[in-house]
Design a protein around this ligand. Structure first.
Ligand code: R5P
Length: 285
């Protein structure tokens, strides 16, 4: 039984189709004081002993809902629980950057581990966050799907906005089947959040460029990269990411920088989520 969190209903449905499993109709309520109550239906079929909770954690409320659904499916009769976290929030807080700060990714992972037998993550920001869980974790790479919606490209370059995203840029390039890969140097001021991008080695003039990143959050990284590429004479500029968080004014920043198209997966369900991570998750399940 696939049990969706409220923000992962499309992905859960796609996953139910891909795995030929049943999709539970979970409910998401709130008490007058704001507390949440996410619930799963009772498993009428005695054969249904395995619940797969699919819940992205793009907000604090979503984390609470995930923990509630894990507990709810046990109450509903599940003997085994697998937790799919399509986007793991707090994964970028994977260390204590200043004395006194928490390792938030570890705190979240420990909480999730208490309610599940297994975890599936999709392109976690740092692969090492998998080690924070106390149960077995499978990390899947959904980036290849980002090649599907790309149009025919002229002399394409798949560019990572920083070195950390080179692997997924290569995944998309390989899935597309042609083009080069390169990366920018990036510096982010931790206090102001300002991002500075330094041009890559590859010439971009008159080329179609696909900027590939794991996540577009505030859009600072992607819009800076797009701005540099525009200034350097790139032809079409497409932005592709696994996790389209698109916080605050990210969409406007990208538009103002001159991006031609933004595509993402449904690990976070947004208007640009034109491809699904369901296939990659189904393989892992
Ligand atoms: C950084 O290492 C990541 O790969 C992304 O580039 C970054 O997290 C995106 O954040 P923002 O959209 O806020 O610049």
């Amino acid at each position: 039984m696939i049990v969706p969190g409220s923000s992962s209903q499309q992905l859960a449905a796609a996953l139910a189709d891909a795995t030929d499993h049943e999709l539970a109709t979970a409910t998401y309520d709130r008490f007058p004081d704001g507390e949440r109550l996410a619930a799963a239906p009772a498993f009428a079929d005695a054969e249904t002993d395995h619940a797969v909770v699919v819940a992205t954690t793009d907000s604090d409320e979503a984390w609470v809902e995930l923990l509630q659904l894990q507990d709810a499916v046990r109450e509903a009769g599940a003997e085994r629980v697998t937790t799919v976290i399509p986007y793991m929030g707090y994964a970028r807080q994977d260390r204590s950057f200043k004395p006194g700060q928490p390792v938030s990714a570890r705190a979240m992972a420990r909480a999730v581990s208490t309610g599940t037998d297994k975890v599936v993550l999709v392109n976690p920001h740092e692969p090492a966050v998998a080690d924070f869980y106390d149960v077995p974790v499978t990390s899947v790479d959904a980036a290849a799907a980002l090649a599907d919606p790309l149009p025919d490209l002229t002399n394409p370059l798949f560019l990572a906005p920083d070195e950390g995203a080179v692997d997924i840029a290569e995944t998309v390039r390989n899935a597309y089947g042609a083009g080069d890969t390169d990366y920018f140097e990036k510096h982010r001021d931790r206090d102001t959040g300002t991002v500075e991008i330094t041009t890559a080695d590859a010439s971009v003039a008159d080329r179609d460029v696909v900027v590939v990143d794991d996540i577009v959050a505030t859009g600072s990284t992607m819009s800076e990269a797009v701005g540099v590429l525009r200034a350097d004479g790139a032809d079409r500029i497409l932005a592709a990411c696994v996790h389209p968080m698109l916080a605050a004014n990210a969409v406007t920043k990208l538009r103002a920088a001159g991006v031609d198209r933004l595509v993402g997966t449904d690990t976070i369900e947004r208007g640009c989520s034109v491809v699904s991570a369901a296939g990659a998750i189904a393989d892992a399940l």
